[in-house]
Design a protein around this ligand. Structure first.
Ligand SMILES: Cc1ncc(C[n+]2csc(CCOP(=O)(O)OP(=O)(O)O)c2C)c(N)n1
Ligand code: SF4
Ligand SMILES: [Mg+2]
Length: 317
C-alpha cells in the first residue's frame, strides 16, 4: 500500500509576540506563586501522603522559576494520578498506565519543556509496567514520580504489585501470595539513568530529589513512599522518625554510578535508605532522534519534511 502526502497549507502570517523566555526577560520575571498554580481543591482523604508531594511540587515550581510555558504535568489514573487536576498548569490526566507514552510524545516533540509524570504503584507497575520498562531503557528526558502506597487506593484496596506478601485486600482475602515488585530494582534494571527514593514524610528531602531529577538529562525516576491512610495505614512507619522509625540517608561514600551498589541498596528491607541510588550519563532518545532528523534534513536539503517523508514512502513501494 502506498501513502500519498499532499502539500500542507502555507502557514498563516502571525504577529510575533515578545518571547518571555529570553534570559533578560526571565531575570525580571517573578516566579509563579502557589496561589497562581493551585488548581482544584485536592480531593484526597485527610492525611493522605499525596498532599505532601503536591505541596513540594508547588515549591519546586516557585523555587526553580518553572513558568507555565516550560513544564507539563501528566498522570495516569489513580488517587495519586489526580495530581494534574490540582494544578493550574498545562497537563493531562490520561489513561490508566499510559502517562509515560503520553509524556514521551511531549518530551520528543517539545524538547524545550520539562515533562513531569506522576502516578501510583498500580499505574506504574501493573497496567503501565511495560511502558515503564521501555521509557527507562530509551532514556527519555522526563521525570517520573511514583507515589508508592503499596495498594490500589482509588479503587478501595486491591493488592498492588508493590503490596508485601501477606497483605490482606479485597483481591487477596487470605493475604497476598504474589512476590512484590521492587520499584528501585526495576528502574535500575530497566536502564533508568537517575533512580532515587524518598518519602512524603520528609518534604525537604522530596524537594531535594525533585530538584536533582529536574537537573538530570534523561529519564529520572523517583519512588516516593506515600501513605494511603485509608487502606494501608502505617505501611511505612518503619521509615518515619515521628512514628519511631528511621529515615536513613544514602551513605556519603555510596558511588551513584555503581550499578551493583545501587542494586544492593534497593534490596534492603524497610526502612532502607533514602536518596539517589543510581545516576549515570547516557545519550537521551531526544538527542539521538534530533540528530537523525538533522542529518536527514541536511541530506535532502531544499525539501520540506513532508516531501522527505513522501520520498521514503515511494522508496518503500
Ligand atoms: C484500564 C483500566 N483498568 C482498571 C481501572 C481501574 N483503576 C483505576 S485506578 C486503579 C489502580 C490505582 O492504583 P495506583 O496506581 O496504585 O494509584 P493510587 O490510587 O493507589 O494512588 C485501577 C485498577 C481503570 N481506570 N482503567
Ligand atoms: S484512598 Fe488512600 S491514596 Fe486515595 S486519597 Fe485516600 S488516603 Fe490517599
Ligand atoms: Mg497505589
Amino acid at each position: 500500500m502506498s501513502a500519498t502526502l499532499t502539500e500542507p497549507a502555507p502557514p498563516q502570517a502571525t504577529v510575533a509576540a515578545p518571547d518571555p523566555t529570553t534570559a533578560a526577560a526571565a531575570a525580571d520575571r517573578k516566579p509563579l506563586t502557589r496561589k497562581e498554580i493551585i488548581g482544584d481543591h485536592p480531593t484526597w482523604c485527610p492525611g493522605c501522603g499525596d498532599f505532601s508531594v503536591l505541596a513540594v511540587y508547588f515549591k519546586l515550581i516557585e523555587k526553580r522559576k518553572l513558568w507555565h510555558e516550560k513544564i507539563v504535568t501528566v498522570a495516569g489514573i489513580g488517587c495519586s494520578s489526580r495530581f494534574p487536576y490540582f494544578l493550574q498548569a498545562h497537563g493531562a490526566h490520561f489513561i490508566h498506565g499510559r502517562a509515560l507514552p503520553f509524556a514521551t510524545g511531549l518530551s520528543l516533540a517539545r524538547p524545550d519543556l520539562h515533562v513531569f509524570a506522576f502516578g501510583g504503584d498500580g499505574d506504574a507497575f501493573s497496567i503501565g509496567g511495560n511502558h515503564f520498562t521501555h521509557t527507562a531503557r530509551k532514556n527519555l528526558n522526563l521525570t517520573y514520580v511514583v507515589m508508592d502506597n503499596q495498594v490500589y487506593g482509588l479503587t478501595k484496596k486491591q493488592t498492588s504489585p508493590t503490596s508485601p506478601l501477606g497483605f490482606k485486600s479485597k483481591t487477596d482475602l487470605w493475604g497476598a501470595v504474589d512476590y512484590p515488585i521492587n520499584p528501585m530494582k526495576q528502574a535500575i534494571m530497566a536502564g533508568a539513568t537517575f533512580v532515587a527514593r524518598t518519602s512524603h514524610t520528609n518534604p525537604a528531602h522530596v524537594l531535594q530529589m525533585m530538584e536533582a531529577a529536574l537537573d538530570h538529562e534523561g529519564f529520572s525516576f523517583i519512588e516516593c513512599l506515600s501513605e494511603c491512610v485509608e487502606f494501608y495505614q502505617g505501611a511505612f512507619d518503619a521509615s518515619n522518625p515521628r512514628k519511631g522509625g528511621a529515615f536513613n540517608l544514602v551513605p556519603a561514600e555510596h558511588d551513584v554510578t555503581d550499578e551493583m551498589a545501587a542494586y544492593r541498596l534497593a534490596g534492603e528491607p524497610l526502612p532502607g535508605h533514602f536518596g539517589i541510588f543510581y545516576q549515570v550519563k547516557r545519550p537521551t532518545k531526544n538527542a539521538l532522534e534530533a540528530k537523525i532528523i538533522k542529518d536527514v534534513r541536511e541530506k535532502f536539503k531544499g525539501l520540506e519534511d513532508w516531501q522527505i517523508l513522501q520520498k521514503t514512502f515511494d522508496r518503500m513501494n
